[in-house]
Design a protein. Structure first.
Lengths: 126, 363
């Protein structure tokens, strides 16, 4: 399982990148994609939608099952990675490149972990 | 507490992702993932542990009579070394299980049953025995693997003498020698592909698995888990107990009428099936035309009217689209009928299409 030092992580296995302009980019961690297996469908919100920290922002589906993706922050969806709608497997191939949404007007967040804390959290659960 | 199959350590060694299923700990997938495993079976070859299946042996002069009583298909007139598929019904015509009947000889039949129904089936069959017949549940002493896909044929030919390989679909060889391992080999499977199922003594299971895994390397064979087993059978529209049928669904409703011989003298459930007449619902294939993936137990609508429920559904890797099977009101069973499937509170458009979704190309 890989993590990146410059990202923060949630206990529900999303990653967060805090951009210089105050927006936040959200994706699924390498651990999440491994656990989910081959993804075949992604359901994302639309730009302009409100999102709430700890609430589902959309869902991803593997061959086997559907899973909610929880939003790490509250705010407004600024941008959606449309490419994933036709190519959900990009999340499996490059989880830290295949971002899901960008959020602006960020007003709050879930508990966010550093890479080391996230790795420790996963090690604990296994 | 789930049981381990004789091949459990092999799955751990191969980095299988182990999950509980039908009372057993089995790999849902290996490192390659469900899609690659599915594609391997369609284009090359896959190896499955199906040791969780149950095996029941009926022997004695009245073996056939008893087989006939619990099956809806007609198992008379089978040749030694033939396999036949049949639903097994309760008195109401609902399905207790669907099984494979192997005729060893006039006095011996092997019944292969679903893992999740093993105990129920054993109780059902043993409580309905009559005459001179011996019942034996040999499930615990048997390991079973499925070798499936076009390359299964040349691969098995590299391991087994030609005369010990079953040539016809739904036939078997009782005592084949697979490099020193004694196996029953049948030309059967649950994937819609060419292939074989091999049964051996539980203690020989790991040796057989390792031999097939090693031999398979030059045939592009990979080990496959339950995930691919399910997507493959769904793509081939093969029904699964607990999904397309259960104790409350008759085989006629779920499109298994071909395997119900109402002209057979007698079998459990016959009277109920005759009395019920033409079924009012049918099993259909649905292609999801909107955005989404239908799973089992999604309500199916035409307008505001619910016409049925999906019984299985997923994204099928080889045909590359989300499909589902559903039990619906017969009036809406026509191919081309446009319906909506309610997926997690959202209605998604779908269309009735012909089953199976995938058919093996004939050479």
């Amino acid at each position: 399982m890989a993590t990146l030092e410059n990202l923060k992580y949630t206990k529900s296995h999303e990653w967060v990148l805090e951009n210089a302009d105050g927006t936040v980019t959200v994706g699924l961690t390498d651990y999440a994609q491994q656990e989910l297996g081959d993804l075949v469908f992604v359901n994302l919100p639309a730009a302009g939608d409100d999102v709430t920290a700890g609430e589902p922002l959309g869902d991803v589906e593997s061959v086997k099952a559907v899973s909610d993706v929880f939003c790490p922050v509250s705010g407004v969806v600024a941008e959606v990675n449309e490419e994933l709608l036709d190519a959900p497997q990009l999340i499996n191939e490059q989880p830290y490149e295949a971002w899901l949404i960008k959020v602006e007007s960020v007003s709050g967040s879930e508990e966010l972990l550093s890479a080391a804390e996230y790795e420790a959290f996963i090690a604990q659960g296994e | 507490m789930e049981k381990k199959t004789p091949l459990y350590d092999c799955h751990v060694a191969a980095n299988g992702k182990i999950v509980p299923f039908g009372g057993y700990l089995l790999p849902v997938q290996y490192e390659t993932g469900v899609i690659k495993e599915h594609m391997a079976v369609r284009t090359a070859c896959g190896l499955f542990d199906v040791s969780h299946m149950g095996e029941i042996v009926l022997t004695g002069p009245d073996a056939l009579k008893n087989v006939q009583m619990v099956t809806t298909n007609d198992c008379s007139g089978m040749y030694d070394g033939q396999v036949r598929y049949s639903p097994m019904c309760n008195e109401q015509g609902g399905v207790v299980d669907d099984i494979l009947v192997y005729k060893v000889n006039d006095n011996a039949y092997l019944l292969v049953v679903n893992a999740s129904n093993k105990d129920k089936d054993a109780a059902w069959i043993s409580s309905h025995l009559s005459g001179d017949v011996k019942f034996e549940d040999i499930s615990e002493s048997v390991a079973q693997v499925a070798l499936q896909g076009p390359n299964a044929v040349p691969m098995l030919a590299s391991l087994v003498a030609d005369e010990q390989i079953p040539k016809k679909y739904y036939s078997f060889v009782q005592e084949a020698d697979v490099k020193g391992i004694k196996c029953l080999i049948s030309r059967t499977g649950y994937t819609g592909e060419l292939g074989y199922e091999l049964y051996c003594a539980a203690e020989d299971g790991p040796k057989l698995w390792d031999l097939l895994l090693e031999t398979g390397k030059e045939f592009d064979m990979i080990p496959c888990g339950l995930g691919a087993r399910d997507t493959l059978r769904l793509e081939a529209a093969m029904p699964l107990y607990g999904h397309e049928m259960d104790d409350t669904v008759t085989p006629l409703e779920t499109d298994l009428g071909f395997f119900v011989k109402l002209d057979k003298e007698d079998f459990i459930g016959k009277d109920a099936l005759v009395a019920a007449g033409e079924p009012s619902r049918c099993r259909v294939g649905l292609k999801v035309t909107g955005r989404g993936i239908a799973r089992e137990h999604c309500p199916v609508f035409v307008g505001d009217q619910q016409i049925g429920m999906t019984t299985s559904g997923t994204h099928c890797p080889f045909i590359g689209m989300p499909v589902a099977m559903a039990l619906v009101d017969k009036a809406y069973g026509e191919i081309g009928t446009e319906v909506e499937i309610e997926i997690r509170g959202r209605k998604v458009t779908a269309e009735v299409i012909a089953l199976p979704f995938y058919k093996r190309p004939k050479k």
